[in-house]
Design a protein around this ligand. Structure first.
Ligand SMILES: Nc1nc2c(c(=O)[nH]1)N[C@H]1C(S)=C(S)[C@@H](COP(=O)(O)O)O[C@H]1N2
Ligand SMILES: [Mo]
Length: 181
């Protein structure tokens, strides 16, 4: 499920950026053509939507988030990232959650390129957190030196979103954990 319209993919206009607190203070940009040449991995994981069922064993293919961070080192002060989709959709993640096994910038699901409703051409997959953290139509990752709430996190959803702890809503957050609403 998603909020708002499905963006059209225009390969010649599309780019992906890493910005914010990089180690060298630069920002990085890939065209679609450049992005498709990055090393890729396969990873199968379960998917948990907060409103619906879980989908077991989804096979994803794409660029590993940990590989990308290794290629573009963050400044030592970086603690969180913001994943940015089209139209300003965003989700915040702890850096260690972003670096977790199975976190992918995915271009394919089940051996097929992503369909438009599923985030084509690129989406984030964070299998160990609730689905709203898995930003579709991904366009940028921002390195942050402090936590900040993303789109749903600002609208009453949980800042971390661990499905095993059923962290759905912000009122479940322990006081002093995470940024204010
Ligand atoms: N850009 C964007 N990404 C998004 C959403 C959205 O509304 N906009 N919805 C999220 C939610 S709540 C879920 S459960 C998953 C659903 O992914 P799927 O439609 O591929 O199953 O996408 C997530 N990524
Ligand atoms: Mo969801």
């Amino acid at each position: 499920m998603y909020y708002g319209p499905v963006p059209a993919f225009r390969p010649r206009r599309w780019d992906f950026r890493i910005m914010g607190a990089t180690e060298d203070l630069g920002s990085y940009r890939w065209t679609w053509e450049e992005f498709t040449r990055l090393p890729r991995v396969d990873s199968t994981s379960d998917f948990h939507c907060v409103m619906r069922f879980s989908i077991p064993e989804v096979p994803w293919h794409g660029v590993s988030a940990a590989d990308l961070v290794a290629a573009v080192p963050p400044a030592p002060e970086v603690t969180h990232v913001m994943a940015w989709g089209e139209y300003g959709y965003s989700a915040n993640l702890r850096l260690d959650d972003f670096l977790s096994e199975g976190v992918l910038l995915a271009t394919h699901r089940g051996g097929e390129p992503l369909g438009p409703e599923h985030g084509a051409p690129l989406r984030l997959v964070v299998p160990h957190l609730y689905g709203w953290k898995s930003v579709k139509w991904l366009r940028a990752v921002e390195y942050m030196t402090a936590d900040r709430r993303g789109f749903w996190e600002e609208r009453g959803y949980h800042n971390r979103a661990d499905p095993w702890r059923e962290q759905r809503f912000s009122h479940q957050e322990e006081p002093g954990h995470g940024p204010p609403l």
